[in-house]
Design a protein around this ligand. Structure first.
Ligand code: ADP
Length: 292
């Protein structure tokens, strides 16, 4: 059974804005999937549908194999936890631990203390338990918001633009944290570089699915990304330029590890070609004194 499934979902706002059209997606358990798309592509609408905050105009949303309806929305909402883009929309208690405890307490769950401890540890913020969340940095607030969701132990995490507004170090640390978490995740973002590091699969959304695949497959559709207003990861851009200079780049890397392998391959191939050229030249020189 898949963790999340959308079948031909269309969503229209009351003013007639079509945010999603005939959108289908299947996310397996433990899979990490990025939904990438420009502003207004329908990413937040999609997350809100999956979190049961909105109902589709047509089509079906299934959570853990069960169709989401007005009647079971409260129950199924426990299976998915939505982390808002702006942590200030999610954090409101006077201390971090009280804030993290709020969700599970509200749901009437047991062992609140144990859940809070575990969630703080998973989010790497145990030392902040007694701090006032509103005084923390944006990066730490994001972690508090994530811990607040983890404390309810949902099977799936839905994250709206998790890297937005973070400085480079906080961004790198959050990517590492999410990458290492053993949870099903659907991450809405326009940060392809972060998505490349965190997820197994990428869906490019612009009201409908534009394309999907591994990040490496998706970056090969440069025009599609450009049309969707998305930036290639820097390392992919570099290799796109190198390819434009005539070097034999087979596929654009999306991470440093892939870049190192591709770079090594290009260099080895160039060295081999040079070696062959030199060999031919030398053989030509050796033959010429005899006139053949
Ligand atoms: P994204 O998260 O990719 O930026 P959204 O899901 O927020 O996209 O928005 C998708 C579309 O729906 C956009 O055209 C946006 O203007 C519109 N939209 C979002 N929220 C509302 C709303 N409450 N009422 C009307 N239109 C909305």
């Amino acid at each position: 059974m898949s963790a999340l499934e959308l079948r031909g979902v269309t969503y229209k706002y009351d003013d007639g804005t079509l945010a999603l059209k005939d959108f289908s997606l299947l996310v397996e358990r433990s899979e990490k999937v990025a939904i990438v798309g420009p502003n207004g592509a329908g990413k937040s609408t999609l997350l809100n549908l999956l979190a049961g905050f909105r109902m589709p105009f047509s089509g079906k949303v299934l959570i853990e194999g069960r169709e989401l309806t007005e009647e079971n929305a409260d129950e199924l909402r426990r299976e998915v936890g939505l982390v808002f883009q702006d942590p200030d929309d999610q954090i409101f208690m006077p201390t971090v631990e009280e804030d993290v405890a709020f969700g599970p307490r509200n749901l009437g769950l047991d062992d609140i203390e144990g859940r809070v401890k575990l969630a703080l540890r998973s989010a790497g913020i145990e030392s902040l338990a007694k701090r006032r969340p509103h005084r923390l940095s944006h990066g730490m607030k994001k972690r508090v918001a994530i811990a607040g969701i983890l404390a309810m132990d949902p099977k799936t995490l839905l994250l709206d633009e998790p890297t937005s507004g973070l400085d480079p170090r906080a961004r790198a640390e959050l990517i590492k944290l999410l990458k290492g978490m053993d949870k099903t995740m659907l991450i809405a973002t326009h940060d392809l570089e972060a998505a490349a590091e965190m997820v197994d699969r990428v869906v490019v959304l612009n009201v409908s699915v534009v394309t999907q695949g591994t990040m490496r497959e998706v970056v090969m559709s440069r025009e599609v990304l450009r049309d969707a207003g998305l930036e290639l990861p820097t390392v992919s851009k570099l290799f796109d330029m190198v390819s434009g200079m005539g070097y034999p780049v087979e596929s654009l890397p999306v991470s440093m590890d892939q870049a190192v392998s591709e770079f090594t391959r290009v260099i080895e191939r160039e060295a081999k070609l040079m070696g062959e050229k030199r060999g031919r030249k030398n053989r030509g020189k050796q033959r010429s004194p005899d006139g053949d």
